[in-house]
Each structure stands twice: as structure tokens, then as C-alpha cells.
Design a protein around this ligand. Structure first.
Ligand SMILES: [Zn+2]
Length: 475
């Protein structure tokens, strides 16, 4: 993480060398570009276009699980909308998994202090990709661990035939301090890797404490993984509250749980990324990507994850066209498919473009909600920070002044980032995102129109600035 102090030194460094060499400071953005960035910002902040598109995707189309009819309808809708807005649109084929959620319920059927023949209901959801239990469910004793180390220290004798409960607590204090993504990063390893680790020791199923910061008895679903040679066991997520309940009960004696998860997995189906270009006027072969992912999980309607990111990116091209602004480089809108279930859309794009990476000038992805953006995250050479200063100067009007360097800034653009393409994302306030992330509460009411417009403005101003940058970006 590097902020202004760094910025100042680099700028000073650049100015110093230029002065020593007596050469004028290389101009990064023309006066006209800076003026146009301010006009674009004003127009986008005043527009409800992104808000309306987010509403349509989340309310009129709804949850857009990869391979689902809703995801296919969303591809069609976004393609039509961008055509209506005057852009040339192409659909890029990718094969995506088709996993369908089934019945899901769980209850504690034996526990210390229980009233005779009573049970306690647990709120559970299958993790994405999970196999099913038998239709009538499976009942087994639970063993609770808070880490892989603790699990492995128990060994197969204590785990075989049991349901392993991974009780890693999402750090809500880290979230409250604005580091929701870091807290998520620490927790998500159990969601993805829990079933494999537990199956290696003979467990019959896993329940994972939600990798998210809500405390409203909401389950956070998400992708889990299997690996060849290890038994595939059912995997579900439970709420913050129910994980606490099981930990409390298990302190005093044996606890048994009945778990019913009946998801189905079908053969992969054909789907698409939606791609639309606003051709560059001077360097059309050079590309600046603006993007978000069109698929979502199915518990909520995927408003903050990630209808808002797709809508911000649509808005960037639409506002530029409405203002008659012509970027020097091509600005390419991409609505990625299958970010949540494996990144097949991102993979298909990289496969097609890997020989053309050098012409990818920059890549932007908005996939961390729609709260107030406080700045720009970037991945790539540290020197890139200096090129962003005039952009954050424009964005300071809306409070987005901070810069943060990270290893990666967006799952779908990561193949491009790894190939050296300077990558960017809005740095959103992360204090609420992970309270709703992948839950039934990821719904349109969580979108604050002003904040969404600020995100759309940041994406548009950043993209237009980079598309008109007078110098090549370090890479
Ligand atoms: Zn997402």
C-alpha cells in the first residue's frame, strides 16, 4: 500500500530529472482532456443511468447464476441495450458450469441440555459446486475446528465419519476499519478448501462459518472446490449466529446434525461475455477496458455483486457518447460471464487476446460493490501512481483522492494484470460490502444512488483519462 507521500516523491523525481536534463516535464494529459474529464464527471454524477441499469439487472432479471436462464437473459439485455446506445456489440462464447441449488436445511438433532425430541434449526446454504447429500439427508456428529492446522492436528481417528464445522470467525473489526477485503481474504480459504481438507481425513460433510461480516442470520454462499483423488463431500455455509450456537453446545458434549443439501450439477452450457467498443480516434488498436461481471450468486439479486459494476462500465461508454467525447484509444466495455464459478469468461477473453496483450493499454474492473469510492486501486508498476495524480485531482471533487497499490484488483482482469497490463479498480469504502456479499441481502435497496453515480464517474473519468494519456504507462 502506497499513498500520497510516495506520489509526491515520484513526481518530484520526474520533475527533477527533467529539470536536470533541462527538458520540459512530459505532459501527461492535455488541457482539453482535463477539461473533458471534468465535464464527464459532472454529467455522470448528475445521471441516473447506472442506477437504472443496476435496477433492471437485479430486479427485472434477478439472480444470474452462471449457466442459468437469467444469466442468458442478462447477456441478451446488456447486448441489446449497448446496441440501442449505438455501440457495436459482440458476444464472446465461453462454456460455463451449470450448477443448480436444491433443497437445503439443517438441524441440530442431539445436543447437551436438549428438550426430549426437540431440534434446533440451522440456517444453511450449499456452497457453489457442492455435491448433494442423500435426499433424506445425512446425520452425523460434528467436530469443530477454527483452522486447517487444528483439523490436521486432530487426525483421521477424530474426524472420520463426522461433519467438520470450520468455525473461522470473519474479522468484523477489520471490516469496520475499512479492510473488508482483507478480512474476506482470510476467511474465504475455508469456504473454498474446507471440503477437500476434511474429506482427506474421512469427514462426511463440511459446514463453514460464513465468509462474510453480517450478523443478521444471513448465509454467505460462494464457490467451493474439489480435487481429484479426494472424496467429494457435501459442503454448506452456516450463519455467524449458528456457528456460535454449535460452538457453545459442543463445549459441553456430543452434538449431532442432520444436513440436507440437494444441488444438481448439469453439463456445461454455452454462455457469453458481452463486449462493446468505443473506437479510439488516434490509436484505435490500443485498448482501455472498463468492466464488471454479469453473473451473480443466487441467494440475492446480485445488485452490489456485480450488477453495479456492469452498470458503471456501461455508463462510461454511454456518457462519453452522449457528450460526443472521442477517446484517443479504444475504450472497451466488457460484461464478464462466470466470475463467481470459475472465471470461464475471463479465460475465454484472455485466450483470444493473449497475442494482443501489448495493445491492452489498461484494464479496469469494478467488482467490490457500489459504496462511496475513496480512490483508485492499481496493480502493476509502482511508477504508475504518478500518472494517476491528475486524475485523482479531478476526482477529489467527489472525495476519491487515495491511491493504493495491490497485487491484483479484479478477478476477471487478473490474467491481463499478470501479463503486464496496468490494472485499476475503484477503491470503494469496504465497511458494508461484505455484510451483504453473496447473501440473500445482496439486493437493489443496498444501492445508494449518489454513491453509485460516484463509482460510475470514477470509472468513466479514469478510463477516459487513460485513453487520452499522452505518455505510455509503465509496465
Ligand atoms: Zn463479484
Amino acid at each position: 500500500m502506497r499513498t500520497y507521500i510516495f506520489l509526491a516523491t515520484v513526481l518530484l523525481g520526474a520533475v527533477a530529472t527533467a529539470a536536470q536534463q533541462g527538458a520540459p516535464t512530459p505532459e501527461l494529459y492535455s488541457k482539453q482532456t482535463l477539461e473533458e474529464m471534468r465535464r464527464l464527471q459532472a454529467a455522470t454524477l448528475a445521471s441516473d443511468y447506472a442506477y437504472k441499469q443496476t435496477g433492471y439487472l437485479s430486479n427485472n432479471i434477478g439472480p444470474r447464476l452462471s449457466g442459468s436462464p437469467q444469466a442468458a437473459r442478462a447477456v441478451e439485455y446488456v447486448a441489446d441495450e449497448m446496441r440501442k446506445q449505438g455501440f457495436e456489440v459482440r458476444l464472446q462464447k465461453c462454456m460455463v458450469p451449470r450448477w443448480v441449488r436444491g433443497e437445503e436445511r439443517a438441524s441440530v438433532v442431539e445436543f447437551p441440555g436438549m428438550a426430549a425430541s426437540s431440534t434446533q434449526k440451522l440456517t444453511v446454504a450449499a456452497l457453489g459446486g457442492s455435491v448433494a447429500t442423500p435426499a433424506e439427508g445425512l446425520t452425523a456428529e460434528i467436530v469443530i475446528v477454527s483452522s486447517f492446522e487444528e483439523l490436521n492436528s486432530l487426525g483421521a481417528d477424530k474426524v472420520r465419519g463426522k461433519i467438520v464445522v470450520f468455525n473461522y470467525k470473519f474479522d468484523t473489526e477489520l471490516q469496520a476499519s475499512g479492510f473488508g477485503l482483507a478480512a474476506y481474504g482470510n476467511a474465504v480459504q475455508y469456504r473454498f478448501g474446507g471440503a477437500m481438507a476434511a474429506a482427506r481425513l474421512g469427514a462426511v460433510a463440511v459446514l463453514v462459518r460464513s465468509a462474510g461480516g453480517s450478523q443478521n442470520r444471513l448465509v454467505h454462499t460462494g464457490l467451493m472446490g474439489y480435487t481429484d483423488g479426494v472424496t467429494k463431500i457435501p459442503a454448506g455455509a452456516i450463519t455467524y449466529e449458528d456457528a456460535d450456537l454449535l460452538a457453545w453446545l459442543a463445549k459441553d458434549g456430543r452434538v449431532r446434525v442432520n444436513l440436507v443439501l440437494t444441488p444438481q450439477k448439469f453439463p456445461d452450457v454455452e454462455s457469453h461475455n458481452v463486449i462493446a467498443d468505443l473506437k479510439g480516434s488516434e490509436r484505435p488498436e490500443e485498448i482501455v477496458i472498463v468492466s464488471g461481471h454479469l453473473d451473480s450468486w443466487d441467494l440475492g439479486t446480485g445488485a452490489i455483486d456485480d450488477a453495479s459494476g456492469v452498470a458503471m462500465s456501461m455508463s462510461a461508454l454511454v456518457q462519453l457518447r452522449r457528450l460526443g467525447l472521442k477517446p484517443k484509444r479504444t475504450i472497451r466495455f466488457i460484461a464478464w460471464m462466470d466470475e463467481e464459478s470459475g472465471g470461464r469468461g475471463s479465460g475465454a477473453y484472455f485466450e483470444e487476446e493473449k497475442k494482443n496483450v501489448a495493445n491492452h493499454f489498461a484494464a479496469i474492473e469494478a467488482d467490490l460493490g457500489a459504496s462511496h469510492p475513496i480512490g483508485i486501486n492499481f496493480a502493476g508498476k509502482s511508477e504508475v501512481a504518478a500518472f494517476l495524480a491528475p486524475i485523482t485531482a479531478v476526482l477529489s471533487k467527489q472525495g476519491a483522492t487515495q491511491l493504493q497499490q495491490q497485487g491484483g484488483v479484479g478477478a476477471d482482469i487478473t490474467p491481463l494484470t499478470r501479463a503486464g497490463v496496468p490494472s485499476f479498480a475503484p477503491w470503494f469504502d469496504q465497511r458494508t460490502y461484505f455484510k451483504y456479499h453473496h447473501t440473500a441481502a445482496d439486493t437493489f435497496d443496498k444501492i445508494v444512488p449518489r454513491e453509485l453515480a460516484e463509482g460510475a464517474s470514477l470509472v468513466a473519468v479514469l478510463a477516459y483519462g487513460l485513453a487520452n494519456l499522452e505518455q505510455p504507462l509503465p509496465r
